[in-house]
Design a protein around this ligand. Structure first.
Ligand code: NAG
Length: 141
């Protein structure tokens, strides 16, 4: 009896340990200076003013993703200019030499403010976010 208890305790323990190890190692699907996608979560870095804290979003809550090249439209470096989108900090957003290789991406999760951030490697970003999006609603402006 004791043996059974101990051995079942041990197997529960090893299951728990394996589960923790598995949880700790959720693969990173995409990461740049401005965002990270892992385990169904989009982390927008440098988001909050003035703390620079990240914002984490469940990707399955995203209703639309809008993308525009940085040389084709203006967006604030940090904060909101139009009361429609809050842009995470990117002090170079409007000062890039190769602005045609960077994108302003905003996601709509049905809140007052859309959440905006910079992406450089757009192809990789799209592969990563498509994997977790419930609504495949990606628009290019
Ligand atoms: C991965 O996502 C699942 C479901 O949301 C969650 O339960 C789990 O804790 C997450 N793992 C990590 C490492 O964040």
């Amino acid at each position: 009896m004791k043996y059974i208890l101990v051995s079942s305790f041990l197997s529960v323990l090893s299951l728990a340990t394996a589960r923790i190890a598995e949880m700790a190692k959720a693969p990173i699907d995409f990461e740049e200076e401005w965002s990270k996608i892992s385990n169904g979560t989009l982390e927008i870095k440098w988001y909050y003013f003035p703390t620079t804290q990240s914002l984490k979003i469940d990707i399955d809550k995203i209703q639309q993703v809008k993308i525009i090249r940085q040389d084709k439209g203006y967006a604030k470096n940090w904060g909101s200019g139009d009361f429609g989108t809050w842009w995470a900090c990117d002090m170079k957003r409007n000062f890039r030499t190769h602005a045609d290789q960077f994108y302003n991406v905003k996601v709509d999760i049905g809140e007052t403010f859309k959440k905006g951030f910079t992406v450089n490697e757009l192809d990789k970003f799209l592969v990563a976010i498509r994997k977790w999006l419930k609504v495949q609603n990606i628009a290019f402006e």
